[in-house]
Design a protein around this ligand. Structure first.
Ligand code: SAH
Length: 361
């Protein structure tokens, strides 16, 4: 059974221990209620004076206004029964909510928020946000509706612009640990997956060093999901049976370029807009054919998503008028053709031999 009542501007008593009731209190306040935290005794006294006013028609003072709703969180069971009887006499709704754990030491959840589309955040990630006291989020994390998903949380923007670290990693870790040691449920929300170029490993080390319990909730990484949004599979039977994800944050060394060029399969580059020209020139120098297909997918899963298809030999001259911007995922490999070409040409180009009969069907 489900009953809903509008609590906007309504007086709501939240009854329980400040720690166990903190998130419930914040949630009612976020919903627009005038929520007050009371002990069972205080709640009983306020209902007593409401009852007196009610039965004697005396003028209601501020502490004798009856609430629209009483939310019982925790306390003595006999007090709860008492309060429920009082509430019933005054026709006030009373409900029960699950108390938050009273942790001596908090907890950190490293949550991968996926590539930007809210639908691609995991249910575990959403649950962690719902339970959070503090959320530290950054630029690529899905922040739309964050205050709705984490209604009880203090939201801290630790966003980093490319090349400009708004909050240094060390400081992020210090805030995260400090908040957790105060007994809070802390969510560190990141774009994609926390362990794919997300510095999640460093945050795990910070938790372990400080003896703070932690959970890692993986996310859908942009390395796989953004190409998928453009219809590009990273593996494809008979075309690519491996993919390598690299960071283009810093220019590639000659040795790295040699390895990348000789790897086969699909190359996926994150943070690679700034080093793209150096990469495609280097790959060609190290033997990759200039005709190797390349795709750039910018701002995946946003209304501005744009896919550019070219080759490693052809992209440089196009860059001038394209003005490619971060965030973008770059895919280099024959799989790009899957999204861009007529399937029969794809088979020929990749040297896949199919029977004429099969192609004709
Ligand atoms: N941990 C993240 C990656 C962080 S590195 C993950 O697993 O997805 C940041 C890089 O990810 C960006 O420079 C870009 O290359 C890529 N990226 C993340 N979100 C993206 C998006 N919505 N569209 C395109 N690229 C994205």
């Amino acid at each position: 059974m489900q009953v809903s009542i509008d609590v906007t501007d309504a007086l709501v008593f939240v009854v329980g221990h400040p720690v166990s009731a903190r998130r419930i209190l914040a949630r009612y306040r976020a919903a627009g209620a005038d929520a007050v935290l009371l002990t069972p005794d205080q709640a009983r006294m306020r209902l007593n004076s409401a009852e007196t006013v009610h039965s004697s028609d005396a003028k209601a003072g501020p502490s004798s206004v009856p609430p629209r709703l009483i939310v019982w969180v925790d306390g003595d069971e006999l007090h709860r029964i008492d309060l429920a009887q009082q509430a019933a006499r005054l026709s006030i709704w009373m409900t029960r909510e699950k108390p938050a754990a009273r942790l001596p030491r908090g907890h950190v959840s490293l949550v991968g928020g996926g590539p930007g589309d809210l639908g691609l955040m995991t249910m575990a990630g959403r649950q962690a946000l719902a339970d959070a006291d503090v959320v530290l989020f950054d630029r690529l994390a899905p922040t739309e509706l964050l205050s709705e998903f984490a209604p009880a949380a203090e939201l801290i923007d630790v966003g980093k612009l490319p090349g400009h670290h708004a909050v240094p990693q060390r400081v992020i870790e210090d805030i995260m640990i400090e908040k957790a040691l105060l007994g809070n449920e802390v969510v560190r929300l990141k774009g994609g997956d926390p362990f794919v170029f997300g510095r999640g490993g460093e945050e795990v080390i910070a938790c372990r060093t400080n003896d703070v319990p932690y959970t890692v909730i993986p996310g859908v990484t942009s390395a796989v999901a953004v190409p998928a949004a453009a219809g590009i599979p990273l593996t494809h039977r008979e075309i690519s049976r491996a993919f390598t994800v690299v960071s283009g944050h810093a220019p590639f060394s000659d040795i790295e370029l040699g390895h990348r060029a000789g790897l086969g399969g699909t190359l996926v580059v994150l943070m690679g807009v700034g080093t793209l020209v150096q990469l495609v020139n280097g790959l060609q120098r190290r033997g990759m054919p200039a005709t190797m297909p390349l795709a750039i997918i910018e701002q995946g899963y946003s209304p501005q998503q744009r896919t550019t298809i070219s080759t490693i030999g052809g992209i440089t001259e196009k860059l001038g008028h394209l003005s490619v911007r971060s965030p973008a995922v770059i895919v280099i490999g024959e799989v790009v053709r899957v999204a861009s070409e007529d399937p029969s040409e794809l088979c020929e180009a990749s040297g896949i031999i199919r029977s004429a009969a099969k192609l004709a069907t």
